[in-house]
Design a protein around this ligand. Structure first.
Ligand SMILES: C[S@@+](CC[C@H](N)C(=O)[O-])C[C@H]1O[C@@H](n2cnc3c(N)ncnc32)[C@H](O)[C@@H]1O
Length: 212
């Protein structure tokens, strides 16, 4: 991992772990640096979703090496507490079936709902708004998407603001962060907070349904 990647991934991993949730849905997981820290370092169950299959294969391969598993197999799928799903984030309903089944694997039947944190490190452009829409509209039996953490990137690709409060405001860095926070509040999230991650990146965290 490059020094720049390390500089954002390590504090983001700690921030994710601070939710004290055992399951993490990592959207746009890329080569899986964050996912492996969470799975191999913090022992969390992590489901990676990325549209780029090669990046997922690379994350799974390294995870298997760390777990001293056979690495000859090239197909995606679960390996211990890490799962990889090749899908565009927009195909939410399809991959959420797989993600839910993975989170529920080896859990007690009487555990009605499992808490899941949804995270996205360096989510590009207006993807953060799409993810907020998808998470806020998600009501699935067996899991509860209760924590939300994103560090947006490529903010210059955002061409319009979305919240009622900022819709007509100038699209500039300060307003984008305020807009994302306001948008989360409008979509029913609570405890919305903006914080500094590192090397110029900010994170936005929120909760949905009170964390236990
Ligand atoms: C900037 S990289 C960040 C990767 C990783 N989160 C990290 O910080 O190392 C963005 C990732 O999002 C993925 N991505 C972009 N748009 C996507 C979409 N619509 N659906 C799924 N993955 C997407 C890309 O393939 C890429 O791996």
């Amino acid at each position: 991992m490059s020094p720049a990647k390390t500089a954002v991934t390590v504090p983001f991993a700690h921030k994710t772990a601070s939710f004290r949730v055992s399951n993490v849905l990592d959207l746009g997981s890329g080569k899986g640096y964050l996912a492996r820290i969470l799975a191999d370092g913090f022992g969390l169950k992590v489901c990676c979703v990325d549209k780029n299959k090669d990046r997922l294969k690379s994350s799974l391969r390294i995870h298997k090496l760390i777990q001293q598993e056979q690495v000859s197999q090239t197909s995606l799928g679960p390996s211990g507490n890490l799962h990889t799903v090749a899908a565009p984030i927009e195909e939410w309903d399809e991959f959420m079936d797989e993600a839910t089944a993975f989170f529920r694997r080896n859990t007690r039947l009487d555990e009605k709902e499992l808490d899941v944190a949804v995270v996205g490190l360096q989510l590009c452009g207006d993807m953060v708004y799409r993810v907020i829409d998808l998470v806020s509209g998600c009501n699935r039996a067996g899991i509860r998407l209760c924590a939300f953490l994103v560090a947006p990137c490529c903010l210059h690709k955002i061409v319009s603001l979305r919240s009622k409060a900022y819709q007509t405001s100038e699209v500039c860095i300060e307003n984008i962060y305020k807009d994302i926070q306001e948008y989360l509040v409008e979509r029913g999230f609570g405890n919305v907070h903006l914080g500094y991650l590192n090397i110029g990146y900010y994170y936005i965290e929120a909760t949905r349904n009170a964390l236990r």
